[in-house]
Design a protein around this ligand. Structure first.
Ligand code: HBI
Ligand code: FE
Length: 271
């Protein structure tokens, strides 16, 4: 029976080369040029609070010390993608698994699996927000319940993660901002997700998200919009078994389509 500790490794920060610290700086500075007006203010503020900067690749234990004071979350260094049950159990324990390698120059704009820039620059900042940290743990509870039930239910749970924690949008200052880790670590999608008229954007609804298909290797065809992080957490305060039962017979909703009664939320005016 594998356990969480089987997957925890040392960060080996001392092994990062000057080239890697420079590549981190390039990625960080490039995102900063497009962040204002496109990325949730909490994300921008939290990078400062956690001392995550362009200067160098951050040390996990330094970030964890501050993060723990805010929400009890801490970073756990892992070699790469971990099995789903381990991933969900770690999130339930308020441990966020972060990879410890940085993408290579040939993958500077996109890589399929998470690297340290995606995990630390993308995921960690929002975990200082109590409501978001509570939501992350509540998501893990739903996902662990889904694991007990069926592979289809695990796919339904993974969609929650995908459309909020990875690719979510939030209304702020009269416009749209992204809070999704998969977006804020991507130059192209940070602009596209809030400004491009192509994708549809509809109000977040947990059951609807759990029915919605997505592609992992392309710009998203649809996004879900929340008004607050509390809205995410409040959506999980329902009976998870009843929620999963209610979805069994409902058809999949293809990416990029709207259903009865939904409205397409207008994109931001391009900056
Ligand atoms: N492992 N390290 C890591 N990071 C992830 O984002 C991750 C994972 N294992 C499984 C997994 N994600 C998926 O099951 C979720 O995205 C739903
Ligand atoms: Fe991720």
């Amino acid at each position: 029976m594998h356990t969480i500790t089987d997957y925890i490794i040392r960060e080996r920060w001392e092994d990062f080369t000057t080239e890697e610290h420079d590549r981190w700086k390039f990625l960080f500075d490039r995102q900063m040029t497009i962040f204002q007006g496109r990325v949730a203010q909490e994300h921008i503020d939290s990078l400062k609070r956690l001392n995550i900067s362009a200067d160098r690749i951050p040390k996990f234990e330094e970030i964890s010390k501050i993060l723990k004071e805010h929400t009890g979350f801490e970073i756990a260094a892992v070699p790469g993608l971990v099995p789903e049950d381990i991933f969900f159990k770690m999130l339930k324990n308020r441990q966020f698994p972060s990879t410890t390698f940085l993408r290579t120059p040939d993958k500077i704009d996109y890589l399929q699996e998470p690297d340290i820039f995606h995990d630390i620059f993308g995921h960690i900042p929002l975990l200082v927000i109590p409501a978001f940290a509570d939501y992350m743990e509540a998501f893990a509870t739903i996902a662990l319940k889904a694991l007990e039930r069926s592979a289809e239910d695990v796919i339904r749970a993974a969609r929650i993660y995908w459309f909020t924690i990875e690719f979510g949008l939030i209304r702020q200052n009269g416009g749209l901002r992204t809070y999704g880790a998969g977006i804020v670590s991507s130059y192209k999608e940070t602009i596209y997700c809030v400004e491009d008229p192509k994708p549809i954007r509809t109000q977040f609804d947990l059951a609807r998200v759990m029915r919605t298909d997505y592609r992992i290797d392309d710009l998203q065809k649809n996004y879900f919009v929340i008004d607050s992080y509390e809205e995410l957490f409040n959506a999980t305060l329902q009976d998870h078994t009843a929620l999963l039962d209610s979805l069994q017979k409902l058809p999949l909703i293809p990416a990029g389509t709207m259903i009865e009664g939904e409205e397409n939320i207008p994109a931001n005016t391009p900056l």
